[in-house]
Design a protein around this ligand. Structure first.
Ligand SMILES: [Mg+2]
Length: 403
């Protein structure tokens, strides 16, 4: 089997770089993104190169950082902005392969084994990515190229900012083994001291630890790490085409007054199911299981869940299944203060097999699609079920929170 070609791409000083790219006035200043600067115990989350040179470290308290660098400009984090940049970075990488696996917000592995020859080889791709990121986003990345994920990641740390490092199979030992053990994520503090006691200071020392000592004193994770450091890291780069499916989608509401009757409960279930199923359809997801939590007026909660006969994102089906579940345990002898419903065991609508028990869904689906279309175009309130018109306990005051 031919060697893999993996790049690890790390955006340098990500949060601070994004801030500086958008505000040219910050270009020659020491800049840090920190917790709320008005709170004296906020900490530094990221800093630019100038602040770094002045000794500012991630994790410093703001007052500590300002002692080292009195002119430090501290900015509050803007996660929405960083997520947008993160997405744009990934879009650049995806031009070369669908195998793009994020690691945090500012790092990605990409596997270009099958595609490198189409774009002039690994080093050219790395330099093209580096240049495109600089031109388009005005930030820099450092890139490691190697035959496995671990060495590609170590490579992106070796030279930065704005650099490419190749760690070839022929001489990875010379490049990797002199590095301190703390070059590996997760080895620091107490673990470092423990290893130092065994005379282990570098990654080269680490691979020399005899197997029986590794077994006695360390977890299985270290055995795996040693194998990887010997050059046997086979972990694949995940595909960006595999959709990350959420664990559940749910909504709950505390009614303005306690509710009691079956019709009030049904209306509340309809109100919540409509929201949940709308969110499921938006993400092309289907629920295979439902759960219900009911909190009574004494704040006692009861929670039940059930696998449903067929996967669905249809509001009418959801209401039917949830009401069947509620009727199976609720005695209607207690006033209700809050209800929460969750759709669980989610699957994508492509991967879900049609169930033998599933009724023909065409009519319901086209109704749901029409509702979704109208709400998207004219707003969520444009159309709703007539059952919800006489529900002051829901309409006047509710709070709902999604999962
Ligand atoms: Mg970074």
């Amino acid at each position: 089997m031919k060697d893999r070609i993996i790049l690890h791409i790390d955006a340098n000083n990500f949060y601070a770089s994004v801030e500086c790219s958008l505000n040219p006035n910050l270009k020659d200043k020491a800049v840090a993104v920190s917790g709320n600067p008005l709170i004296r115990n906020g900490i530094i989350l990221a800093k630019n190169q100038i602040a770094k040179k002045m000794g500012v470290k991630t994790g410093d308290a703001i007052w500590q950082a300002k002692e080292k660098c009195p002119d430090l400009v501290c900015l509050p984090p803007n996660m929405k902005l960083y997520l947008e940049y993160s997405k744009q970075l990934k879009n650049i990488y995806k031009k070369y392969t669908h195998l793009v696996e994020p690691f945090g917000i500012d790092e990605c592995w990409i596997d270009i084994t099958q595609t490198a020859h189409l774009f002039g080889g690994a080093e050219k791709i790395a330099n093209d990515i580096r240049q495109e990121v600089k031109d388009k986003l005005k930030i820099t990345v450092s890139i490691g190229i190697s035959f496995c994920k671990l060495f590609a990641k170590l490579g992106s740390d070796l030279k930065k900012p704005d650099a490419v490092t190749i760690i070839p199979k022929e001489n990875f030992r010379e490049m990797i083994y002199p590095l301190p053990i703390t070059a590996i994520i997760g080895i620091g503090g107490r673990m470092e001291k423990k290893l130092n006691k065994l005379n282990v200071f570098t990654l080269g020392d680490f691979v020399e630890i005899p197997g029986y000592i590794l077994n006695q004193k360390f977890s299985i994770v270290f055995k795996e790490l040693r194998k990887k450091l010997l050059g046997f890291d086979c972990s694949p780069v995940a595909s960006s085409l595999v959709v990350d499916i959420p664990k559940s989608v749910g909504n709950g509401t505390t009614t303005i007054r306690d509710i009691f009757s079956q019709s009030e409960i049904t209306s509340t279930v309809l109100f919540l199911s409509d929201k949940i199923c709308g969110r499921l359809r938006e993400q092309n997801l289907l629920a295979n299981c439902i759960s219900v939590s009911i909190k009574d007026c004494n704040l006692q909660s009861e929670h039940h869940s059930r696998v449903i006969p067929f996967a669905t994102n249809c509001t009418a089906d959801m209401v039917k299944f949830v009401m069947q579940l509620i009727n199976s345990f609720w005695k209607y002898n207690e006033k209700i203060r809050a209800i929460r419903i969750s759709a669980r065991n989610l699957s994508t609508d492509q991967e879900t097999q049609l169930s033998f028990f599933q009724p023909i869904q065409d009519k319901k689906n086209s109704l749901n699609q029409t509702l979704d279309y109208l709400r998207k175009k004219y707003g969520k309130q444009i159309i709703q079920s007539a059952n919800l018109l006489a529900t002051p306990f829901l309409r006047e005051n509710f709070f709902d929170c999604g999962e």
